[in-house]
Ligand binder design. Structure first.
Ligand SMILES: Cc1ncc(COP(=O)(O)O)c(C=O)c1O
Length: 459
């Protein structure tokens, strides 16, 4: 390994990590006896750890992020060139990559027109909540201030983002949360709450019931993931989205789609909501926007929303008084532009659709062999397999066994994920989100590892 600021021994790097780094979503007691994992190199779909072990990464950097794969020199070059020319100026001013990327992005999002830059998914979502609250104060006399969110969805880690989070295990012990966030039921048909034919419409009607209970003039916005990610890879049932849009229009509620996971190709279209022909008022995105080569998030909205913040130039309190220091970093949009070029030049949307279908078919075939797979679901290269102890009762599989499957795959050199500290009792869905460059061979290796792991863990 090459020296890095004097730490030229990989053992010393691992020790420095053990001694000083606090890892996300991790219980650290384990690192008193085993080494923390340090990833040192990546190329394409593969990463190498500190011991030199190769892994096929089926989760794009762990959290659905490295959509165009590792080791992209052209992105690194674009970022370097931009940084030496102009690295940063606060977002009250524009930048060349910021302007050009906004234009390119908006070309892919008909009906939307404005991009607000920040640097994480949580922050992008909070911008929407602030906009909704300011619209309430300035345009609705303090009404329409509540934000509806859905059980099982996740919108980020900050306190207000958690307040809009429908995963009890992510929220527990971090309250109290701010007022005005109200939960609506999830729409996972496999765990059905209503015995009806038209499940999608029924699940959407449940949102209307909450609106009527709370009072339509109290509700400003509804935030939803297009396909729920960490809450169990939930693809909404047929008819759901159309009805959701109708309900939002009927009660004058702004529709906010959180595309932090689905955005920029993950489901095989530029955005997840575009599968459903709906027209959101806000779209937020982060992870795949620059595939993790730089931190960037975007809050995108319509001209109608934007207009509400410039209607009275004589009022010093009328505009969006928000700041995101690192929203002014030019590395993000420079990387995002090259990331978008790669997706187009390499036909990665089409590949995502084809490989997503292939992956689903592989997992469906495994259902015949492994009764522990209760349901397989997904869209594009965003796929989940829910594990159950009993197919008849749908009792969730023991979480420890689910984690054992993940660990077995890791031992085989394949990194997969599973729902983790999300919905109590339902940390039982295996999650796959390989980079959009995945080939049939890669998918076969991933599902082959799962096959072997399920055979061993549930023998
Ligand atoms: C759907 C969704 N929204 C928002 C976030 C928060 O993004 P970040 O971790 O960049 O703040 C996440 C993170 O996993 C997510 O899955």
């Amino acid at each position: 390994m090459e020296g890095f600021n004097g730490l030229n021994d990989i053992g010393a790097v691992v020790e420095a990590d053990r001694a000083h780094v606090w890892h996300h979503l991790s219980q650290h007691k384990q690192y008193e006896t085993v080494d923390p994992r340090v990833i040192v190199e990546g190329k394409g779909m593969r990463v190498w750890d500190a011991r030199g072990k190769e892994h096929l990464d089926a989760v794009s950097g762990g959290v659905w992020t490295v959509n165009v794969g590792y080791g992209r020199e052209s992105i690194a070059d674009a970022v370097r060139d931009q940084l030496v020319r102009m690295n940063y100026f606060a977002g009250a001013a524009g930048s060349i990559p910021g302007s050009v990327f906004a234009k390119r992005l908006i070309e892919k999002m008909p009906g939307l027109s404005r991009v607000y830059y920040s640097n994480s998914g949580s922050e992008a979502n909070e911008k929407v909540y602030k906009m909704v609250r300011q619209i309430s104060h300035r345009h609705h006399g303090g009404k329409k201030w509540k934000i509806l969110y859905r059980e099982r969805d996740y919108h980020g880690t900050t306190i207000a983002a958690l307040a809009s989070g429908g995963q009890a295990q992510r929220n527990a012990q971090y309250g109290p949360f701010p007022d005005g966030f109200v939960m609506v039921p999830h729409c996972l048909e496999y765990r059905n709450q209503w015995d009806v034919e038209n499940y999608g419409e029924r699940a959407a009607d449940a949102i209307e019931e909450v609106i009527l209970r709370e009072g339509p003039d109290t509700i400003g916005c509804l935030v939803l993931e297009p396909v729920t990610a960490g809450g169990g890879v939930i693809v909404p049932p047929t008819g759901y989205w159309e009805r959701v849009q109708e309900i939002c229009r009927k009660y004058d509620i702004l529709l906010h789609i959180d595309e932090v996971v689905c955005g920029v190709g993950r489901t095989g279209l530029w955005f997840g909501y575009q599968h459903y022909g709906i027209q959101p008022d806000f779209v937020t995105m982060a992870k795949g926007v620059a595939s993790g080569y730089a931190a960037i998030s975007c809050t995108v909205t319509t001209e109608a929303v934007f207009e509400m913040f410039k209607d009275d130039p004589n009022d010093p309190m009328s505009y969006f008084r928000d700041i995101s220091t690192f929203g002014g970093c030019t590395a993000g949009p420079a990387a995002a532009l090259e990331n978008m070029r790669i997706i187009e030049a390499e036909g990665l949307l089409a590949n995502t659709l084809a490989m997503g279908d292939y992956c689903l078919a592989n997992l469906q075939a495994l259902m015949e062999k492994h009764r522990v797979i209760g349901e397989v679901r997904g869209k594009g290269l965003f796929v989940g397999a829910e594990l159950v102890a009993d197919r008849g009762t749908k009792e969730p599989a023991d979480e420890k066994k689910v984690q054992a499957v993940v660990a077995d795959c890791m031992a085989q050199g394949v990194i997969i994920g599973a729902t983790n500290r999300s919905v109590p009792g339902f940390n039982n869905t295996l999650c796959l989100s390989p980079a959009l460059i995945a080939t049939k061979d890669d998918i076969d290796q991933i599902t082959g590892a799962i096959d072997a792991a399920l055979g061993r863990v549930f023998a």
